[in-house]
Design a protein. Structure first.
Length: 441
């Protein structure tokens, strides 16, 4: 009798729990539908949402989740997961200087964090007068500066620099802009020779526009607008290879020999002696890539993963092939690794699948921005426990990641909003409203 009574009580409790879960699920469905359907963006834009349970992958909410859309920088979730699992968390980028058969060899690995100071340190303790030849090994990845679908008018932007085997200083040049109110002249000082068309005027505020106008002069950077006080900014170098060679020559002032391109001897070759090396851990690169949405790092590491996976030069085509093999699909369009291209096409279903695949990988989750604390989420959603990745390009905004709700539930979510006009602020506001509603469950 007692056993029967306990069994009935247990069944009653189970029914009540299922009923409460059903009510909560219905409340969440209703709440999210109200938020999305009453937002002005729902009348003019495509809004795609997918929410799943982090432990079971059970769908909690979905709306237009299978539609192919531009992912913007949420693309980095997929490409960084691929890079991490292909290379391994202990992978290290090595830019190395060797001596072999009386020659110097500089083996480049396309390290996206390499700087002029790193080059100086590589040659600092080397007696360069002993050598008449420096061979630069530029074979690791290709030297294709841009990918398909990149916007030509963004090619001078400091968040959209060209990239390749010659990465240095994030391929950015510093500009100091100085107005002289007495003469009415505006001076622009660059730390590297760049063709600048100075159209600036002295005014009451700093309102500067930096443009690339290939129809006027494809080599020039056009700077227009008004300036009232000294201003420092950065622009993308027009040609990373020329910039690298310029800095390389500055790094070895006592070298009077010639510089050639060629292959360096293997690291374990008996004829090669390692003189110096700059090493960068993979996780350090991926943290910057995902937390701060570093496009150059994303583009570079995609090709590096292909290089190591196929043991041939890293190219975009090889990386695209690796993507299809790694995820077992040809359903999507992968035009680049960062999400800058409007040719990219993914959906919220896939982004949630990637996040579910990586849900127990603490190294991967450590690369994501933490809401209210760092990266691109530092000023957003400070009251929620969220690790995620943002995305923004013209007419596109996205947010995806892992959320632990105020009730202790763990969710994976993905939001993509596309085809809106003007500022991304309304889209970001809607994303935050969706996350806050989810956080109540």
């Amino acid at each position: 009798m007692k056993f029967s009574s306990y069994k009935k009580t247990f069944m009653l409790i189970a029914i009540m729990i299922l009923f409460c879960q059903s009510v909560v699920a219905q409340d969440l469905q209703t709440g999210l539908d109200n938020i999305i359907n009453t937002d002005l963006l729902s009348k003019t834009s495509v809004i795609s949402v997918k929410i799943v349970d982090k432990n079971t992958k059970k769908v909690v909410y979905q709306k237009n989740s299978s539609i192919l859309l531009h992912p913007a920088s949420t693309m980095k979730v997929a490409t960084s997961a691929l890079v991490l699992e292909t290379l391994g968390k202990d992978y290290v980028m090595k830019t190395a200087l060797y001596e072999a058969n009386g020659r110097l060899y500089l083996k480049l690995c396309a390290d996206p964090s390499l700087t002029k100071n790193d080059l100086i340190k590589l040659f600092k303790n080397i007696d360069l007068t002993k050598y008449d030849t420096l061979v630069v090994d530029n074979t690791f990845i290709d030297n294709r500066f841009y990918d398909d679908g990149w916007m030509w008018n963004n090619l001078v932007s400091d968040d959209n620099p060209p990239y390749g085997i010659f990465n240095l200083d994030q391929n950015l040049v510093s500009l100091k802009i100085i107005p002289n109110k007495k003469s009415g002249f505006v001076q622009i000082i660059a730390d590297y020779p760049v063709v600048i068309a100075n159209e600036l005027k002295i005014g009451k505020k700093n309102d500067i526009k930096i443009q690339h106008r290939p129809w006027q002069n494809p080599e020039a950077v056009y700077i227009s607008g008004e300036i009232s006080s000294c201003f420092i900014t950065k622009i993308a170098v027009p040609n990373p290879e020329k910039y690298f060679l310029h800095c390389l020559n500055q790094s070895m002032p006592n070298f009077e020999g010639k510089i050639f391109y060629g292959e360096a001897p293997f690291e374990n070759s008996t004829c090669a002696k390692l003189l110096s090396c700059k090493q960068t851990p993979l996780l350090e690169i991926l943290c910057d890539q995902n937390k701060n949405s570093n496009n150059l790092s994303a583009q570079t590491m995609f090709k590096v993963a292909a290089k190591e996976a196929f043991h041939r030069q890293g190219t975009l085509e090889n990386a695209q092939q690796l993507f299809e093999q790694f995820y077992g699909t040809k359903e999507f369009v992968i035009a680049d690794a960062s999400g800058l291209s409007h040719n990219n096409l993914l959906n919220c279903d896939f982004l949630c699948d990637v996040l579910f695949r990586m849900r127990n990988n603490s190294d991967f989750s450590s690369t994501l921005a933490v809401a209210g604390k760092d990266g691109t989420l530092k000023k957003r959603l400070k009251e929620v426990s969220l690790q995620g990745k943002t995305g923004t390009i013209s007419g596109v905004s996205g947010l995806c990641g892992y959320l632990k709700t105020s009730c202790g539930n763990d969710y994976i979510f993905s939001i993509l909003i596309q085809s809106y006009k003007g500022s991304a602020h309304p889209a970001k506001y809607l994303e935050d409203k969706i996350v806050r509603e989810l956080n109540k469950s």
